[in-house]
Design a protein around this ligand. Structure first.
Ligand code: URA
Length: 443
């Protein structure tokens, strides 16, 4: 395959045919197309976009580059959710066990931290012994047996995306609507789902901060799912401040356990419930929002959701007792307070710099080979609009050393601004997007 003319055509605004995309993706997956040509093509797509036929061809080629989970003889609904990524966003850790407790099968394939955002796999791996590198047949078996499995993208599923994603991460080509849509949907379609709920983030801490672009991404993914027999609903939610209080792997795992025990922070629980309701409606397990909400509340109140988490932890190599004893999770040697220097209104709690602080503390990766420290992170104790007095506690830093903690303290102080003006904040949930409608969220 002669690739330079194809890159050239894309660079100059032309389109590639189905067979050309298939050839490119096959060649990239089998190693015969080098990274430098793929990087050039990704940059051309970044600037030129893809027309609908090209987007379909790219998604299908990535999907076809690997295997799929097979739930064809499963009589319970198979359902999943996916977030486009944020800081403190731990809803997956709650939703998979909650939905399993409500009678769905959740085969959730998740990602690692990317840039300033956290990753579900890194959070789960804060549980000592927990394995996310499962083989596909084992994952399917576990999902059938206990209703849920949470695993990393294996070499078997959409391997072309696995390579391309890592390449995009280091070539400034992540923030492209068609590339994100094809990447997410090729993996999710490989899960053999009956339905998918998307949490598309907007706001300064999202990969696509502008609402219009987030909505376009949501509609693009909904369209891809629909034409491939997988109904998709999206909620567009705020990432102009962290979600919940805990940011960092073990801290977030702890907060998820608190949420499953009925004691989660209100904003986290509101987004979790809204996504859970969509999942139950889409799966057909609930006929209306009220029933769905009651089912989710019962799953928490009865302890069934927490029990599902414990079963999954045990099945994937961890100690199930962590579900009732979160103190078993690693904790940091140094924990220091961050106090407000001035009194006033919290005008911003900027997720992007806070996410970067966590990476600096060791809670994320600067290179693909970095080891992630589970115990480090932040507790962000204020929200935009809140009044504080000088000296009030606004955050806590969990660090490996006093030097790291002090450095983080000043960066956290700079990311949380206090002033006189009322802040402009996004509504926690902005829109509900389906194939037919985009509706402002009314709660
Ligand atoms: N998540 C993915 O899986 N792919 C992207 O491109 C961005 C976020």
């Amino acid at each position: 395959m002669v690739v330079p003319p194809l890159i050239e055509r894309k660079r100059d605004g032309g389109s590639l045919r189905d067979d050309e995309w298939r050839g490119i993706i096959d060649a990239y997956a089998n190693g015969s197309l080098p990274d430098y040509q793929m990087a050039a093509l990704a940059m051309a797509v970044y600037f030129r976009g893809l027309d609908p036929d090209e987007l379909s061809a790219l998604t299908d080629s990535m999907l076809a580059s690997g295997d799929r989970m097979d739930f064809s003889d499963e009589n319970r609904p198979v359902i999943d959710k996916h977030s486009t990524g944020g800081v403190g966003d731990k809803t997956s850790l709650l939703l998979a066990p909650m939905l399993a407790a409500c009678g769905a099968v959740v085969p959730m394939m998740s990602g690692r931290g990317l840039g300033h955002t956290g990753g579900t796999l890194d959070k789960l791996e804060a549980i000592p012994g927990f394995r996310t590198d499962l083989k596909l047949d084992r994952a399917v078996r576990q999902a059938r047996e206990i209703g849920l499995v949470m695993l990393g993208q294996t070499a078997e599923i959409a391997p072309a995306d696995r390579k391309l994603y890592a390449l995009r991460d280091v070539t400034a080509t992540v923030e492209s609507i068609p590339l994100i849509a094809a990447s997410i949907m090729s993996k999710k379609l490989a899960e053999g789902l009956d339905g998918l709920v998307l949490d598309v983030k907007h706001g300064s801490g999202a990969f696509l901060p502008e609402s219009a672009r987030a909505l376009e991404l949501a509609r693009t993914m909904i369209g891809l799912g629909r034409t491939r027999g997988c109904p998709v609903v999206a909620l567009v939610t705020a990432m102009d401040r962290p979600l919940g209080i805990a940011c960092g792997n073990a801290l977030e795992m702890r907060e998820a356990i608190a949420g499953l025990s009925g004691d989660g922070p209100p904003d986290l629980m509101e987004v979790t419930m809204a996504l859970g309701i969509e999942m139950l409606r889409l799966s057909g397990l609930a006929v209306n929002d009220g029933t769905a909400r009651s089912m989710l509340e019962r799953a928490i109140r009865s302890g069934d959701a927490l029990e599902r988490l414990a079963m999954m932890v045990a099945a994937q190599g961890g100690n199930a007792d962590v579900a009732t004893r979160p103190d078993m999770l690693p904790s940091a040697d140094t924990i220091i307070d961050v106090n407000a220097v001035d009194g006033g209104t919290v005008t911003a709690v900027a997720p992007r710099p806070l996410g970067r602080v966590i990476v600096e503390l060791g809670g994320g990766r600067r290179t693909v080979d970095d080891m992630v420290r589970p115990e480090v992170g932040l507790e962000v104790l204020v929200k935009p609009g809140q009044m504080v007095a000088a000296g009030d506690l606004i955050a806590r830093v969990h660090a490996r050393s006093a030097i790291d903690a002090e450095r983080a303290r000043s960066e956290v102080g700079a990311a949380i601004t206090i002033g006189d003006d009322a802040p402009v904040v996004l509504p926690l949930i902005g829109w509900r997007v389906t194939h037919e409608h985009t509706t402002p969220w009314e709660g």
